[in-house]
Design a protein around this ligand. Sequence first.
Ligand code: FES
Length: 59
Amino acid sequence: MYVCICAAVSDTQVRACIRNGARTVEEIGERCQAGTGCGTCLDHLDGMLEQDLAPSNAA
Ligand code: FES
């Protein structure tokens, strides 16, 4: 599923960026361009960061 339409970036790609060290929406943008266009997806990217970086998800 595409998270960012502008850059055609899927949720799988965003999760890979987070796994590879992206800790902010800006860092996701640097790694896979998601969120660098219209900005509509920024809230969603933020939510994915929170979800994937939550301590309960670390295990
Ligand atoms: S949908 Fe991601 S920047 Fe436009």
